[in-house]
Design a protein around this ligand. Structure first.
Ligand code: A2P
Length: 282
């Protein structure tokens, strides 16, 4: 006679029920629209800082068959390639198929993570230069949270200009905290070097709430305020490189500005002067 062991909540959580399951190790909520979380990293997963993976949860059971299908979306990995865990930065959309559920994850829960990293926001897709711009809006900051903790970023460039535009000040928190922590954390200082961290020029702007610097970054590029504020020359294809991550409309507008300044879009197969990736929304 066999006796089945009772399935308690603890054992149910400990045994991966999903293929490609990873366990949530931390969750931080910033606003009613934004949160970040960390999960365990599959031992075999190698990626380049700036790449993305497909992550998600099981969808609702089919009304007739009861079968569940994975609900997956592309998420930039916000942690650097050397980190033991993986970090993600996400929007919460009330009726978003994935984020309406994902926003409720807690430490110990499991998510699905397909260990096949890809993406164009990688150093390999850019030609050598002197100054790199990271242009982001909203959760488009995520790949730069990874790249800002990657030693190559500082080895490759003399200046690292990070722009982040959000509707209000609270939405800047994740990025602001990250930059602050990189500059203060002893492990980071040792890994990246104090003189390298001094290369970071952080330029946050808001569009719907009053703050120290207001306006869409596209406007601030067009009217030249970005360059005057930072005391740097206008965009120059000889020296300047850019990585761009935000909404489709944002990416399109920035791409037009980069091209007008003589920079050409690059890819893994053919490095160029700027690269673009869409931040996941929904
Ligand atoms: P705005 O408030 O003027 O729309 P969202 O939260 O909607 O994703 O937007 C994030 C930030 O990106 C907002 O500050 C928004 O400004 C800005 N933004 C949206 N679209 C563009 C665009 N096409 N060019 C520049 N900035 C944009």
């Amino acid at each position: 006679m066999t006796e089945q062991s009772p399935v308690t909540e603890a054992t149910a959580k400990a045994v991966p029920a999903l293929p490609d399951a990873q366990t949530v190790t931390a969750v931080t909520h910033y606003t009613d629209r934004l949160f970040s979380f960390r999960v365990t990293r599959p031992a075999s997963l190698r990626f380049r800082s700036g790449e993305f993976v497909m992550i998600g949860l099981m969808g609702d059971p089919h009304p007739e068959t009861g079968k569940q299908k994975p609900l997956l979306r592309a998420y930039s990995i916000a942690s650097p390639s050397w980190d033991e865990e993986l970090e993600f930065y996400s929007i919460k959309v009330e009726d978003g198929p994935l984020t309406s559920k994902l926003q409720h994850i807690e430490v110990g829960d499991q998510i699905i993570l397909k260990p096949k990293p890809v993406g164009t926001l990688v150093h390999d897709a850019l030609l050598p230069g002197k100054r790199i711009y990271f242009f982001s809006t909203g959760t488009g900051f995520a790949p730069f949270a990874s790249l800002l903790r990657e030693p190559d970023t500082y080895e490759n460039y003399d200046e690292v200009i990070v722009t982040h535009t959000c509707r209000d000040v609270a939405e800047l928190t994740y990025g602001a905290n990250l930059i602050e922590s990189i500059k203060q954390d002893e492990m980071m200082i040792e890994l990246l070097g104090e003189e390298n961290l001094a290369k970071i020029r952080y330029y946050p702007t808001t569009t719907r709430e009053k703050s120290a610097k207001m306006g869409r970054i596209t406007t601030l590029i067009e009217n030249g305020e970005l360059f005057t504020d930072l005391g740097v020359p206008p965009l120059n294809p000889e020296t300047d490189r850019a990585m761009v991550c935000g909404s489709l409309a944002f990416n399109k507008d920035i791409a037009a500005l980069m091209e007008a300044a003589g920079l050409h879009e690059g890819a893994n197969s053919e490095p160029g002067e700027f690269v673009i990736e869409k931040a996941f929304v929904g």
